[in-house]
Design a protein around this ligand. Structure first.
Ligand SMILES: NC(=O)c1ccc[n+]([C@@H]2O[C@H](COP(=O)([O-])OP(=O)(O)OC[C@H]3O[C@@H](n4cnc5c(N)ncnc54)[C@H](OP(=O)(O)O)[C@@H]3O)[C@@H](O)[C@H]2O)c1
Length: 252
């Protein structure tokens, strides 16, 4: 499967940049977006002649609409749209403030959903396409210290499932990509152990392989997927005890 055109939000670093580079190498014309112009300029240099950028903060739904319309105009179509822009962050509930949660939901949920809703009319008008959300294995369960992040990814995953059902008969594929730990600027800040950490270029290859084969939901790397599968089967009473045994007293 090859796409002639693609829009990737948050394509200036990490997973988004590696996806953009891999697609451009295969001949796809790619538009990326992000907030920092300097980072976008660097990224476009790396992506090469098939890449271009639009500065946009996805936290602003009106700006997202303008950005998606401009990408469509520039590319002539939107065959692949990847809502990837997102932020991370962890904090135990005892210290969590609503100020920590609002930006996370604004970018990871509102921004991601706004990207998808702005793209849908273009895909329907052109007779089909592929919508993708980069969520996380963190959305399968409320992970310790990750209330805001887990909630944001669970919300976006659920949204994507509804969109898939609604567009089932309209030749629009919808994929939910749920990575484990990937080596990017986002995870570089983490001070805790990250099992099965995968380089971002390898992650991009895995994601594109899964999209080409039409995967609806793709959680990876597979050892992390197996671990999360087990975690989802743990009964609530035991999950509370295991999660609650993580020692946050220093932070509480
Ligand atoms: N790395 C992991 O282990 C991992 C695991 C599971 C899921 N994910 C998800 O994968 C996605 C990409 O993460 P990453 O690890 O590649 O992170 P990253 O390297 O920090 O990249 C994030 C990208 O999103 C952009 N971005 C952030 N906020 C934005 C906003 N408000 N508007 C527009 N662009 C914005 C950033 O550019 P600017 O800062 O310049 O805006 C950057 O291009 C995220 O949704 C993340 O939650 C990552």
């Amino acid at each position: 499967m090859s796409w002639k055109t693609a829009l990737i939000t948050g394509g200036s670093t990490g997973i988004g940049l590696e996806l953009a580079k891999a697609l451009a190498k295969r001949g796809t014309k790619v538009v990326i977006c992000g907030r920092r112009q300097s980072q976008l300029d660097e990224a476009v240099k790396e992506i090469g002649e098939n890449g271009s950028a639009i500065q946009c903060d996805v936290a602003d739904p009106a700006a997202v609409q303008r950005m998606v319309d401009e990408a469509h105009q520039r590319l002539g179509s939107l065959e692949l749209v990847i809502a990837n822009a997102g932020i991370g962050g962890d904090k135990p509930a005892a210290r969590l403030k609503i100020e920590d949660i609002v930006p996370m939901l604004q970018i990871n949920v509102i921004g991601a959903c706004a990207t998808i809703t702005a793209a849908i009319p273009h895909l329907l008008a052109q007779g089909g396409g592929h919508l993708v959300g980069i969520t996380s294995v963190a959305g399968y369960r409320g992970l310790p210290t990750s209330g805001a992040y887990s909630a944001s990814k669970a919300a976006f995953s659920t949204f994507l499932e509804s969109v898939r059902v609604d567009l089932f008969k309209r030749n629009v594929k919808v994929s939910d990509v749920r990575p484990g730990f990937i080596e990017t600027p986002l995870t570089a800040k983490n001070k805790f152990p990250m099992p099965f950490l995968m380089p971002a270029d390898r992650a991009a290859q895995k994601i594109l392989g899964a999209l080409a084969s039409g995967r609806r939901v793709y959680a990876f790397p597979w050892p992390m997927w197996m671990l999360i599968k087990v975690v989802t089967m743990v009964p609530g009473w035991l999950y509370d005890r295991l999660g609650g045994s993580v020692d946050f007293r220093k932070d509480a």
